[in-house]
Design a protein around this ligand. Sequence first.
Ligand code: NAP
Length: 286
Amino acid sequence: MNILVIGRNGQVAQALQHALGTLGRLHILGSDQLDLAYPERIAEQVRAIAPDLIINAAAHTAVDQAENEPELAFAINATAPGIFAEEAARLGVPLIHYSTDYVFDGSKTGPYTEDDTPNPLGVYGHSKLAGEQAIAAVGGQHLILRTSWVYSTHGRNFLLTMQRLLQEKPELRIVADQIGAPTWAGTIADSTRQLIERWQAGQAGAWGVYHLTAQGETSWFGFAQAIGEQLKAQGKLCANLLPIPSSEYPTPARRPLNSRLDCSRLQREWNVSQPDWHQALIDCLK
Ligand SMILES: NC(=O)c1ccc[n+]([C@@H]2O[C@H](COP(=O)([O-])OP(=O)(O)OC[C@H]3O[C@@H](n4cnc5c(N)ncnc54)[C@H](OP(=O)(O)O)[C@@H]3O)[C@@H](O)[C@H]2O)c1
């Protein structure tokens, strides 16, 4: 099987390269070969590879920066995924694409299901939602996997930033009123591999939008505490942590207070489930 993965250096892209190698031949396209800021170049590249499966792990993920460059965010997050969907449909192959908890405004009391109505708070969320809609409009075989709070031992993310700051600073103030599930890129890649295996084995569930995060929930403050515990267990320095509300940490883009995603549909339809976020953090650090 020829698998086209869009994204080379990203957190999920790297984890996919690690997890999918045994499933087939991976064709990796990084931004140096295919710049999604110019979506008109996509079709030619996809046709040259003629993959059996397309996985789009690339995105404009700089949430605050997106507020100042909406056209670029929409080209990468909305127009490009729509063209991947068109090319996948033309070839008659599935497209796996990742989306985000930021399509929601966070005002719901409980976890969001796939049936809840999106209402993004910022440009990034709007552009990702437009990408979902562009893929759905094509109507081919697709999985849109909404995840949240992605981290890995690679790239730019909360885990690596905290590991550094917790050892450098005496005290850190961390937002405690945004609730969600930190999700290891390795978990996303592992679940993606299982989905592909189900499809290959003729056990595919319905195509469409699914929520895919680690199980359980915490705040950024709770996530930082857990990272600190791991540092202390290794005998390393760890800053004192203070919980603060989002109002004391203003950012250009507003974030949803409730990022919890209900992942039970993925379990029901595809028999794929994820570990608890705390266990996944320990596995990642191993
Ligand atoms: N990070 C999060 O907390 C989070 C939360 C929820 C959902 N998600 C979603 O999960 C998916 C993966 O995110 P991630 O955390 O792995 O992202 P990431 O680490 O920020 O990596 C971004 C990827 O996008 C590629 N990319 C960026 N601009 C590009 C351009 N102009 N042309 C081509 N490729 C470009 C990068 O290319 P190179 O490989 O060339 O560097 C890289 O592979 C995305 O769909 C994202 O929206 C992420």
